[in-house]
Design a protein. Structure first.
Length: 362
């Protein structure tokens, strides 16, 4: 199958659809720690997290200094990255999130196809990037104060219903990171979802890094997200780190890869489709089957922050194109690969071009 041609043929359909996402938002300071300084204009960076960790460990019991270079100050958060990815493909998006309140922070300059509605001050993330991953340290003091009552003071339930009514995909993000988001998503399930008119819509959920949450909280969230399946086919996307946390909560023994934990999550939660997307592959367990696809690792990424969110964008673009689950995984991996390779969100045509890598491997 020529996945690129299949996806390309659905461009008009994809760009006729609408997506609405809530409710996070961060300002990201993207940082590279310096390993050696040659002169004013030349330095080397720590290439891996292991090497940076060794340097930190070597300073125990004494002191030291590590130079930091801020490469960029960008908009961040799962929702803005995801919405911007889809908007760059030509999808009409609404992003409701923490982008500055009462005035929106100017860093949240998303693609013109994305309408932004800000309901809170953002969080601030210090993103240490390396060749093999990233470490994110965040200040969530202001965004973590956002509660359901604050949200509906700034956007009434009727207004929220209006925003989400036309969405072909409703996307909820960052349950893990923000302390009151469980309450927000419970209330959204209770008070918003039943008011939406019946249509062929889907719900996509990305909970973000859940390592700091307690096992019982994670179990409660999975059950709650499973409740969304009453109103629409529901999808849960996890990266490898998040999947390993889920394994520690739901399973015994060693982590055995993407498909076993996806099966366990689906069985426990009642969520229709569970997706696991490590950096070099992706897998899904869904009603009626399962599939795993080998990806292509980007060896020299320009930017990794937002890579997972752009996988979500690409997967959801596949859903909008009415593709099967395997094709959606490929559109997700292609979108993520193109993003980390180029350091920015990309056009529909650029993603089709990347998908040709999978045509050749079929």
């Amino acid at each position: 199958m020529k996945y690129s041609k299949q996806f390309e043929s659905k461009k008009e359909l994809v760009q006729s659809k609408k997506v609405c996402v809530g409710f996070d938002g961060f300002v990201d300071y993207v940082i590279r720690p310096v390993k050696t300084r040659v002169d004013e204009n030349n330095c080397t960076y720590f290439p891996t997290i292991d090497q940076f960790g060794d340097k930190i460990s070597s300073l125990a019991g004494r002191s030291g200094n590590i130079e930091l270079i801020i490469n960029s100050t960008d908009f961040g958060g799962c929702g803005p990255h995801y919405a911007n990815g889809l908007a760059n493909m030509g999808v009409s998006c609404t992003c409701i999130g923490a982008m500055g309140y009462p005035e929106k922070n100017s860093v949240f300059a998303l693609n013109e196809n994305c309408k932004t509605v800000s309901i809170s001050e953002p969080g601030y993330s210090y993103v240490f990037e390396f060749g093999d991953g990233k470490i994110i340290m965040s200040d969530i003091e202001k965004i973590s104060k956002l509660r359901w009552n604050d949200l509906i003071e700034r956007i009434s339930i009727d207004e929220m219903v209006e925003y989400f009514e036309d969405a072909d995909i409703i996307t909820l993000v960052n349950w893990s990171y923000l302390v009151h988001f469980h309450e927000i998503y419970e209330k959204f399930l209770e008070l918003v979802m039943p008011k939406l008119k019946n249509k062929d819509r889907k719900v996509y959920i990305d909970i973000a890094d859940c390592a700091k949450r307690q096992p019982e909280e994670i179990k409660a969230a999975l059950k709650m997200f499973g409740g969304y399946s009453k109103y629409a086919p529901t999808y849960l996307g996890l990266n490898k780190s998040e999947a390993m946390v889920m394994h520690s909560v739901l399973c015994e023994g060693e982590y055995e890869g993407s498909l076993p934990i996806a099966r366990a999550i689906k069985e426990y939660s009642g969520i229709g489709t569970v997706i696991i997307h490590p950096v070099d592959s992706s897998a899904a367990v869904f009603d009626g089957g399962e599939v795993e696809v080998q990806g292509v690792l980007c060896e020299n990424p320009k930017k990794t922050t937002g890579g997972g969110d752009n996988f979500n964008s690409g997967f959801c673009a596949g859903l909008l194109a009415e593709l099967d689950v395997k094709s959606c995984l490929i559109s997700g991996m292609s979108t993520s690969y193109t993003y980390v390779k180029n350091g920015k969100c990309n056009s529909f045509e650029a993603i089709c071009e990347t998908m040709k890598m999978f045509d050749d491997n079929e």
